[in-house]
Design a protein around this ligand. Structure first.
Ligand SMILES: [Zn+2]
Length: 413
């Protein structure tokens, strides 16, 4: 099904949203805030012009359903919430791109299957530290126990704040019923990284979200006086950590993934003492589960070798992990075709950041389309993308949605 959308209308909606909830300091759409409610108000205004049923589910996600000839449903959308001082496109592009797609479909009459727009609640997790809150509730992976008592910087409980927005966190999982007829999910987003821009490409197809292994690696040596201990007598935990960090770069390059040493905390942490303990925070990511496991295994060997070389010992403490979540092969192919058709280029890449699409991909065929990100900057007020790239991305996205609608209406997706 062809969806000849007008990207300029989506850009106008994005600018209106930025005017309402942005400004010099960047986007101000922190979830469960007045500005976020105002952003949703603008979306509701736009939706009021369309023949859609608008409501909010038990997890706080906003839905707009355009009934088709069949109840089987293609879901399109993203998130309006932002980090504090965020950019004008993160999440908003996906919502306004989906809105323009829905508007175009509605203008052409009743679609062959149902199409629902969703604005996920609290994708960012910027206030309580739990990302993908709304989509995880719908996909059945939210544990109310684990989030109920989370507190924001002001000391407010998550459950209390959500209750003020009509969300009972203990009933949020009732929203899983929204997936009953859903057959596909398509999301448009900015890349938030430098890959597409580096290749001089406006758009790309997302293969899936990478798996993450996060560990605290503790090197233990011997704290001693910086003046009285000759170099040959030292067991310096920081030197072991340093050897480890440099080897991690080689491991990442060798496997085509990423390894990041985000922090090293030395104890006692004073200028006059050799570090007795160096605690390294390690984050490793790859799209392939087997390669990610190999990267982790290599890192363990590297840590032991680095410790031994400096007369230290090493122990590992897991922090968090998530498996890679690959997207749907047929939808990936459709998105690649759509990107090629609108831009003359085809590139597929994994997503380092998580997205609501990662939750949806556990349950239904899913794919994402990325636009480029200027200088790869996101979660900052400087976040931007050339308008021509945004327009091409919206077109490629709409065509991918069109493919999914056709296939769902045939009963083959
Ligand atoms: Zn986002």
């Amino acid at each position: 099904m062809e969806i000849a959308c007008q990207p300029a209308r989506a850009i106008a909606d994005l600018r209106a949203l930025a005017e309402l909830t942005g400004g010099q300091g960047g986007a101000r759409r922190l979830c469960w805030s007045e500005e976020w409610v105002a952003a949703r108000g603008l979306l509701r205004e736009r939706l009021a012009d369309l023949p859609v049923v608008v409501d909010v589910d038990e997890a706080g996600n906003l839905w707009a359903r355009l009934d088709g000839e069949r109840p089987e449903t293609v879901v399109i959308g993203s998130h309006l919430d932002s980090v504090p001082s965020g950019g004008w496109l993160d999440g908003a592009l996906g919502v306004m791109g989906a809105l323009e797609t829905l508007r175009t479909i509605a203008e052409d009459g009743t679609p062959p299957c149902t199409v629902s727009l969703v604005d996920w609640a609290d994708e960012e997790g910027a206030r309580f530290g739990r990302s993908l809150l709304g989509s995880s509730a719908v996909c059945g992976t939210l544990d109310p126990e684990a989030v109920r008592d989370l507190r924001d910087a002001g000391g407010e409980r998550l459950a209390d704040v959500l209750a003020r927005h009509g969300v009972d966190v203990d009933r949020a999982s009732v929203a899983t019923s929204r997936l009953a007829d859903v057959r596909a999910y398509i999301e448009l987003h900015i890349e938030q990284g430098p890959v597409l821009e580096g290749l001089a490409l406006p758009v790309g197809t997302v293969l899936g979200t990478v798996g993450v292994e996060r560990n605290r690696v503790l090197f233990r040596g011997q704290a001693a006086h910086a003046g009285s201990t000759p170099m040959a007598h030292r067991r310096d935990a920081f030197l072991a950590a340093s050897r480890f960090a440099l080897t991690l770069r080689d491991i990442a390059v060798r496997h085509g993934g990423v390894c990041t040493t985000g922090d090293v905390a030395c104890t006692p942490g004073v200028v006059t003492a050799i570090a007795g303990v160096a605690a390294v925070l390690l984050d490793q990511r790859h799209l392939d589960a087997d390669v990610l496991a190999a990267m982790l295994a290599d890192a363990r060997v590297a840590a032991s070798e680095a410790a031994a070389a400096e007369g230290c010992t090493v122990t590992w403490e897991p922090i968090w992990r998530i498996e890679p979540i690959p997207f749907h092969d047929e939808l990936i192919a459709a998105a690649r075709d759509a990107c090629l058709a609108v831009s003359g280029s085809d590139h597929a890449l994994p997503s380092g950041p998580l997205h609501d699409a990662a939750e949806m991909a556990r349950r239904v065929p899913t794919v994402m389309v990325f636009s480029s990100s200027t200088k790869g900057i996101s979660h900052a007020k400087e976040e931007d993308t050339p308008v021509e790239h945004l327009e091409l991305a919206i077109r490629a996205y709409a065509n991918t949605v069109g493919h999914a609608i056709t296939r769902v209406a045939e009963g083959s997706l």
